[in-house]
Design a binder for this molecule. Structure first.
Ligand code: 3NM
Length: 219
């Protein structure tokens, strides 16, 4: 079960992340529905502003929607909510609970992803039992407030060569620059503002999935 899910993170895939503040007045639920209709197979719920109660209620709905579409559901930060709604996994940052504690809390079946920004963090993630890592931010991004400066292709090249874990490449990636990232060896690509901020989320998701599939078929 978990191995099958992790395979999606190793392949050419689009990993969509919510951000209601960038969604042009549409709710997280509306946005997720459009992402699912576009054919996306991995969705992360990322919400920094709402109450725990609001987040839980949204995640309960999204859990059901993602199951209906056979989509993986990852929750950012809120490990308790991930357990309550039986999400597929969580994504945590360097300043969140130590990964080992999150593993104790959630158990082996949950996917645990960790954001990394340097080679040291990459090797640490392997050691402490992450299931996948985030690699970024590749380009400048205004979506995440507390993120470090772009790591550029320097760290991406290291991840491509040295990561034994699946990795998701993130930060400032758009439809019009995604090929530059694919050329360096990235496969699973995460986007926030490009998708949630698109006027036609479904069309945007499909266009990027087409690009990834075309790239995969040619390479
Ligand atoms: N994590 P956009 S960068 C949520 O580098 C997040 O770990 C990052 O947003 C990291 O696709 C980022 O709009 C924001 O640039 C990415």
């Amino acid at each position: 079960m978990k191995a099958e899910k992790l395979r999606l993170l190793k392949e050419y895939n689009l990993y969509c992340i919510t951000a209601e503040n960038l969604s042009r007045g549409r709710s997280n639920i509306e946005v997720v529905e459009k992402m699912l209709k576009s054919g996306v197979k991995i969705i992360q719920y990322r919400e920094k502003k709402k109450t725990l109660r609001e987040k839980l209620l949204e995640c309960e709905k999204i859990r059901q929607m993602t199951l209906d579409y056979g989509c993986i559901f990852i929750i950012n930060d809120n490990i308790e909510i991930a357990k309550m709604v039986l999400a597929d996994g969580v994504h945590i940052g360097q300043d969140d609970y130590p990964l080992e504690r999150v593993r104790d809390f959630l158990g082996e079946e949950y996917i645990i992803g960790l954001s990394t920004h340097s080679r040291e963090q990459l090797y640490d993630a392997h050691k402490i039992g992450a299931d996948y890592i985030g690699v970024g931010p590749i380009f400048k991004t205004f979506t995440k407030e507390d993120v470090c400066d772009p790591v550029g292709f320097e760290y991406l090249d290291i991840a491509v060569k040295e990561s034994k874990l699946p990795f998701v490449t993130i930060g400032g990636i758009k439809e019009n620059n995604v090929e530059n990232v694919l050329k360096r060896g990235a496969k699973c690509i995460a986007m926030v503002s490009e998708i949630v901020g698109a006027e036609d989320i479904e069309g945007k998701g499909r266009a990027i999935l087409d690009k990834l599939n075309n790239w995969r078929d040619k390479n």
